[in-house]
Design a protein around this ligand. Structure first.
Ligand code: CAO
Length: 551
């Protein structure tokens, strides 16, 4: 059996690429093309496949490392017969002398062979001991996942040990039934301490101990003994060194996450991020049962995750901290919350900010005050903003669109604009239709009418449908800027904050100008920064000089 170092392959010119996942552990047998690690540059992630079949004897990097092409990745021993293309073949049964040599060379990690040879077909009992830990120190038993009577597969975790540096699963060297357990959680053990007795079904030893068995706890009379150095388990002492297992490295590095390699493997197989799984073991350690319980919770649609895989916010008993009042959310509140959440989750938001010089616009609006009174209405900045938005939407029809689930772009030939209204019952968005066709006075009347209807809770569903763009004016309330949430399936929303008089450089001196802060949030699926930037710049120009609306 030969061992070779598998290097990081050519990364297509990328360097200092981060290791984000290690897909194998020491002792794993891999086939050619099996993923060894996953790397991620700032542009892409890539799985590095194994160039050939073999058994992993050491892992030379850790999650979080930055690597380059040619850096050592793993050490891999050839599977017996692999060179001849026979990696799947059963290894031959060893000769008696070979077994004797192996027994001599073995560490106390080996299970003790049965005291007397059993008759063919009868089970035998093996005493499994703590394998060579590479340290004389005692370590904690932190997890005993088995009970007497449990059956275990070869390689299954028997116990989990933990030093102050790392944790380590002790895998079963063979399949069998647990007859008795010699340790309990909290015990301290060292190399050679008895762990448990395993009743092993009678079978030819050579069949029970295939070549692919992890080296850590290889039984002494193994059919194809590895060199003594290879048979040693990964050491607690070198848990962050090159010979450590992936599990140990992860445990050592992800200090917030305690889980043994078997648990990590199970989580990987189930596609679960362990960060989502609450650990119930000692020191918050994540046990196999935690992963299984987590899956059951998710399958049952309970709590831990929302349907979209987003971790739920923990429920807190606020009454523990003082007096509280609890009341149910209103229907409107719930509907608004659902809309906001849906949009927040579905829409990749970008918000762009600008200021419009509305000095002249405000002068014009003030000049109309008397006329407005005569008409029995009020001319706030809002109808002028609506008018300017309609003109900008007409000039930039790409903003007045919606995307469909079957990847169509719906371009609206009409210009209907929603107007966010703050009411005591909550937020509502009535829609003003055909804004581009209405006069300022018509818009002023409609704004007042819809706002009143909203506050009286008299809006009909029809009043709130059909918008292509939304205007959210918080100017009367104050604030210098905010990032409104797109009212999906619309693709853009304009936030308007409080107008302020500011010194503006006119080329020769600072002059006081009335500046109106604008924030345009848009769906980056529908609009690019250029589209949104051109729209907002045009809007700012229109508000700066409303004569441009005539152009
Ligand atoms: N800067 C400074 N003052 C402003 C202003 C601004 N950007 N916008 C309006 N004002 C002034 C108005 O001119 C008016 O003053 P005058 O009476 O002296 O003219 C005063 O503020 C009150 O205006 P208004 O709120 O009654 O009327 P409006 O047309 O500006 O707005 C409406 C109507 C319905 C949009 C508004 O009342 C409202 O509900 N806004 C809240 C929108 C909201 O909640 N958005 C957030 C949604 S996301 O949570």
């Amino acid at each position: 059996m030969t061992t070779e170092t598998i290097p990081v392959p050519d990364l297509g010119g990328a360097d200092e690429v981060e290791v984000i996942e290690i897909c194998v552990a020491v002792g794993d047998s891999v086939q050619a093309e099996d993923s060894l690690v996953v790397l991620e540059s700032d542009k892409a992630s890539m799985e590095i496949p194994s160039p050939r079949a073999g058994r992993i004897t050491a892992i030379r990097l850790a999650v979080g490392d930055k690597v380059n092409a040619g850096d050592p990745l793993v050490e891999m021993a050839s599977l017996e017969g692999a060179d001849a293309g026979e990696e799947q073949a059963e290894p031959p049964a060893p000769a008696a002398e070979e077994q004797a040599v192996a027994a001599e060379a073995s560490t106390e990690a080996a299970p003790e062979p049965a005291p007397a040879p059993e008759a063919a077909g009868e089970p035998r009992v093996e005493l499994i001991r703590v394998p060579d830990l590479g340290t004389s120190d005692e370590v904690d038993v932190i997890e005993v996942p088995l009970r007497a009577g449990d059956t275990v597969e070869e390689g299954a975790s028997l116990v989990v040990l933990e030093s102050d540096k790392a944790s380590m699963d002790v895998p079963s060297p063979m399949a069998g039934t647990v007859r008795s357990i010699k340790v309990a959680e909290g015990d301290r053990v060292s190399t050679g301490s008895p762990l448990l007795e395993l009743e092993v079904a009678a079978a030819a030893p050579a069949e029970a101990r295939p070549e692919s068995e992890p080296v850590e706890s290889r039984p002494a009379p193994a059919p194809s003994p590895a060199p003594a150095a290879e048979r040693k388990p990964s050491s607690f002492q070198d848990d962050v060194g090159p010979a450590s297992t992936a599990g140990q490295r992860e445990a050592a590095q992800a200090t917030h996450l305690y889980a043994g390699p078997a648990v990590r493997k199970l989580a990987r197989e189930m596609g679960i991020s362990l960060e989502q799984v609450p650990g119930t073991g000692p020191k918050g350690r994540i046990l196999k049962s935690d992963v299984q319980g987590f899956v059951q919770e998710v399958m049952a649609g309970r709590g831990v995750l929302s349907g979209s895989g987003i971790p739920a916010i923990p429920e807190v008993d606020f009454a523990r901290f003082g007096e509280v009042d609890v009341e149910p959310m209103s229907r409107l509140h719930k509907a608004t919350a659902a809309n906001m959440h849906r949009s927040w989750l579905n829409v990749p938001h970008v918000t762009q900010f600008d200021e419009a010089d509305v000095t002249e616009l405000e002068a014009f609006r003030t000049s109309l005050r008397a006329e407005a009174e005569e008409r029995g209405t009020r001319l706030t900045p809002l109808p002028l903003l609506l008018k300017a938005c309609a003109a900008a939407l007409q000039a930039h029809p790409g903003v007045n669109v919606s995307l469909t689930s079957d990847e169509q772009v719906v371009r609206k030939r009409y210009i209907h604009i929603g107007m966010a209204v703050d009411t005591p019952a909550g937020l509502v968005v009535p829609v003003i239709r055909d804004v581009n066709r209405k006069s300022l006075w018509e818009l002023a009347e409609e704004v007042a009418e819809l706002a009143e209807k909203a506050r009286q809770r008299k809006l009909t569903p029809n009043d709130m449908q059909g918008g292509g763009f939304t205007l959210s004016s918080l100017g009367a309330l104050g604030g210098q800027g905010f990032t409104p949430i797109v009212n999906a399936p619309e693709v853009a929303i304009l936030g308007v904050s409080r107008l302020a008089v500011k010194p503006v450089w006119d080329g020769s001196e600072f002059v006081p100008r009335k500046m109106l802060p604008l924030s345009l949030s848009y769906d980056h699926k529908a609009l690019n920064g250029g589209d949104a930037g051109r729209f907002l710049t045009h809007l700012v120009e229109l508000l700066g000089d409303i004569r441009r609306m005539l152009l």
